[in-house]
Design a protein around this ligand. Sequence first.
Ligand SMILES: Cc1ncc(C[n+]2csc(CCOP(=O)(O)OP(=O)(O)O)c2C)c(N)n1
Length: 583
Amino acid sequence: MKRELILGNHAIARGAWEAGVNFASGYPGTPSTEILEALARYPEVDSQWSANEKVAFEEGMGAAIGGLRVLVTMKHVGLNVAADPFMVFPYAGTVGGFLLVSADDPGMHSSQNEQDNRYLARMAKVPVLEPSTAQECKDYVKLGLEISEQFNTPVMLRTTTRLAHHKGLVTFGERHEVPRIEQDLDPRQFSVPIYRRILRPTVEQRLKDLESFAETTELNQIENSGSTTGVVTNGIAYQYVKEILPDADVLRLGMTFPLPAKILRDFCNIHEQVYVIEEGEPFIEDFIRSLGIDNIVGKELFGVIGEYSPGRLGSALGLFELPPDLTKEMTLMPRPPMFCIGCGHRTVFSALRQLRVTVAGDIGCYTMGALPPYEASHTTFNMGASIGTAFGLERAGKERVVAVIGDSTFVHAGIPALIDAVYNGSKITLIILDNSTTGMTGGQPHPASGKALSGKDAPTLDLEGLCLAVGVEHVVKVDTWDRKAVNNALREAIAYKGPSVVITQGPCQRLPEMKRRSLTPYFIDESLCTQCDACFKVWCPAITRTENNFPVINPQECTACTVCAQVCPTEAIYPFEPNYVQI
Ligand SMILES: Cc1ncc(C[n+]2csc(CCOP(=O)(O)OP(=O)(O)O)c2C)c(N)n1
């Protein structure tokens, strides 16, 4: 059998393919995105990006009660969006296997919060599997789907950033086609609350059955070397434990909900001291304490905030000193996060800064509008929150309130809020930054980009038509690189008597097919340059200085967005050479 060193996320995709998954849906979000991107390469699986996580979950739920094997992926906060169906689905139960991948992000590498979704699973009474290696990322997909079918329940596969993005050796297997399970849809199982009441005891019985299963499943394993020290661990932390405490006895929990009370009791009883080493919240630890066991050490030593690492755990245990923080010794150029070269969001935030309006921001690359040099976006909470927050700020008496949202985020969660703003008589201005992609997560297509996950053409949502259809009377589209047009459009929209929308258009310059806006980069003619530094205030990383203090544009990086040329008072910036072609 072939063995390869692959990403945890790619192993999950491989596991889904091998396990005969027929349908997969999700919404991009770090650290989950690569799963569906990899799965899309297998033609046997019908894989798609959905408009948001709730829709992805519901589509998966429909496919699973229709008898297919299903994988649904999302980052941890995505499950907040999908929480409504997630809490209800277990009552009806599934027909085909349904596996939800919840990718949590301890350390908030790319997230708005730290959130341990095992609590959401416990609330929904859904079993949780937690792989520790790339091989298990693959194998647990099949096991999870089998548990799902055996107990008729959705199952959560919980990963964390380091597990999702680490590489490990994985042995590949063949795909096993799983025939669709034929079952008529009985309204008594799948509809109205009156029937749900009848189903309620089933949920409790299933949980009891799963508790018994947790005591016997091979997902939970003890590695015994006769030590007096025991470690209870899970997920990626298991790999760290093996590195820093190679001689300790280890109880590795591959199933963390429901937890095996008897196994935990016995393990803690036979060890003098037990460390509970789990990234995130004290989920396992609190359960052990609830059993009346007190010879355990956990969060008070290892901490609850951020990611674990062998260094962090080893120094907490006093096994070694962490080396001094080398970065503190080095003088690095301060480099705050920046818009990419040629990014069309730049003009919008310079205009907003000048207009001195109140701006409710959202989640995407444009979140950086809150940072220097712009500092023109005042709030960021969760996806889609800009419009509702702007509405509330207006109700609280703020004038000239603007909401800024990306196209993917607008489709994800902005549309109902815009409908509401119109319905409730708001006069906010909404800016939709239409770069034809989900930029922040690496450029995934969405319903307004005209492409599907497969790369094939798809119907393109008409953003302008949609805004007009929900009742916004003032809707304007502008070229996002045209500074004057952006400024004028914003001024007019903000002055408009009712709600208004400005759609700033220009594709993300990081999209492979959009790499350069034109093949001719721009150039600064020193004979015309007065060193006024106006071009520097565009804050484009492609513009640096020569030894003689003249600004200079790196032709390899310039995307010919033209914004610096537009601000130059002496017209010293123009295309390098009419027929220039980059080599
Ligand atoms: C509920 C939720 N799902 C997914 C994400 C991950 N995520 C962060 S920003 C973003 C969308 C970015 O796309 P867009 O709004 O079009 O802005 P762009 O980055 O392209 O400027 C996504 C999917 C998240 N933070 N929260």
